[in-house]
Design a protein around this ligand. Structure first.
Ligand code: F0G
Length: 458
């Protein structure tokens, strides 16, 4: 390349204003939200990094596709466009549209699991775990040891511990109906999984006759990491790498709200015709007819185009670089983060950053409040508030106290990133003054969405 500046590979045609607020306005807003950023109005947020799911900007080609959307109940043109893209990229023979990723997980779990079944995964995402457990099955996480160590550098920290998987398959023969790998590994910091690891997982599953599915939400970002980090892949395109990855599996679940570049949608795809029939029948019950699966025809068009846009090398280079760019600024300032940078998000290590706040005063939560109050940034705690509540009502500290800054696709520019970095550097100067929080009211499950908090006295 002649020039080294990596630019946003798009120009902006439609803009959505964001609103500056004063310190006093934000203090009032967070107080009214009971110190829970999920309860804020989005209008009161300047930079919204709560999730990268469904929050991306669509391209002119996606919007043009939406205008062509065929809203026929059955056999619509848009369904065929959607199936064509999914089949070209994944190679799977049967494609079932769903309204989002968790609907695909729900249908697959219903078709494959029974009480007591064991489902190994490098790391289950929350909804995957919940869907497995909803069937009375066991969601078993088997990440490599490095995946649980925020400061350890490893090129493929999202990998499955294949030796552990082999033991599980051997010791539980007949009781493992499905093995999954999540790319990239969201719950471990957006870390990639290598082709070699996927190949070894696939080979083990084939030896033991167990179907192997990929949770493919961020398949394109994973393909980029393979291209840039794994020997032998530099000369391959992200599309070729994705095809090779899917070729090692028997099926996938997908949230098109991530690397489908759409605001809503997902799918379930697989080679097994009999399993696909069972899944299609259950789809009719909850999602809709098999040629739209809970989506409008125009959504199917947006996904058909978006899946390819996610694989564009210029886009992927800009995408992965933006997270790395802000991570470098954190490392230079000594702010503890999960390293190396993930694909879709920066993960702050709140336990190390705020050692004066013990786990039962929720350091990650306190940090998410401070990021909003100081700079109008909304991020998400992944720590003891999210994971600490046990089914019997007791409380247990989470392994890690993280705060995730997830970046919506094609939404924010480098100056937004510079702003976020500046706010984080400022927060670093007042870190010692950040106060812990106390829960004053909480629901019985998934408390982080609605719990009410109070700031503890200094
Ligand atoms: N699998 C992974 C790895 C995910 O990250 C998500 C969603 C899902 C499945 C479920 O997909 O939301 O379309 O039903 N992750 C979002 C997030 C919510 O913020 O990380 P969905």
């Amino acid at each position: 390349m002649k020039f080294k500046t990596i630019i946003e590979p798009f120009r902006i045609k439609t803009v959505e204003p964001i609103r500056q607020t004063t310190d006093a306005q934000r203090a009032a807003a967070i107080r009214a939200a009971h110190y829970n950023v999920f309860q804020l109005d989005a209008e009161d947020v300047l930079i919204d990094l709560l999730t990268d799911s469904g929050t991306g900007a669509m391209s002119v080609y996606q919007w043009a596709g939406m205008m062509k959307g065929d809203e026929s109940y059955a056999g619509g043109r848009s369904f065929h466009a959607f199936v064509k893209s999914v089949k070209e990229i994944t190679g799977f023979q049967n494609v079932i549209p769903t309204h989002q990723g968790r609907a695909a997980e729900h249908i697959l779990s219903g078709a494959m699991l029974k009480p007591g079944s064991i489902v190994p995964n490098n790391t289950h995402f929350d909804t995957t775990r919940a869907n497995v457990e909803h069937r009375g099955a066991v969601a078993l996480n088997l990440p490599i040891a490095e995946g649980r160590e925020p400061q350890t550098i490893h090129p493929f920290k999202g990998n499955m511990d294949v030796a552990a998987l082999e033991r599980v398959l051997r010791d539980n023969a007949g009781n493992v109906p499905l093995v999954m790998t999540t790319v990239t590994n969201n719950s471990e910091g957006g870390q990639p999984v290598s082709m070699e690891n996927i190949r070894r997982t696939s080979a083990l599953c084939r030896t033991h006759g167990v179907p192997f599915f990929i949770d493919a939400c961020r398949f394109a970002e994973n393909a980029w990491f393979i291209k840039t980090r794994e020997p032998g892949y530099a000369g391959k395109s992200p599309l070729e790498i994705a095809q090779e990855m899917f070729g090692l599996a028997d099926g996938c679940t997908m949230s098109a709200k991530k690397d489908g570049m759409a605001n809503i949608g997902g799918f379930l795809a697989m080679n097994d015709d009999a399993l696909a029939l069972t899944c299609s029948n259950s789809l009719i019950l909850t999602e809709g007819f098999p040629t739209y699966g809970g989506l409008a025809g125009y959504d199917l068009e947006a996904i058909a185009v978006g899946l390819y846009e996610a694989l564009d090398p210029d886009y992927l280079q800009y995408r992965i670089r933006s997270v790395e760019y802000i991570a470098e600024k954190m490392i230079a300032a000594g702010i503890p983060i999960v390293r190396p940078a993930g694909g879709h998000a920066l993960y702050l290590d709140a336990r190390s950053w705020l050692p004066h706040i013990p786990p039962h005063q929720y350091p990650g939560w306190a940090l998410s409040v401070a990021l909003y109050v100081e700079g109008g940034i909304r991020a998400c705690e992944i720590g003891s508030v999210m994971f600490g509540q046990q089914p019997d009502g007791s409380e247990r500290a989470a392994d890690l106290e993280l705060v995730r800054l997830a970046f919506p696709r094609r939404v924010y520019t480098q100056s937004h990133m510079d702003y976020v970095a500046e706010v984080l550097l400022h927060v670093n100067t007042i870190a010692k003054d950040i106060r812990g929080v106390r829960i004053v009211e909480q629901p019985a499950v998934l408390r982080h969405f609605t719990a009410k908090f109070e700031l503890l006295p200094r």
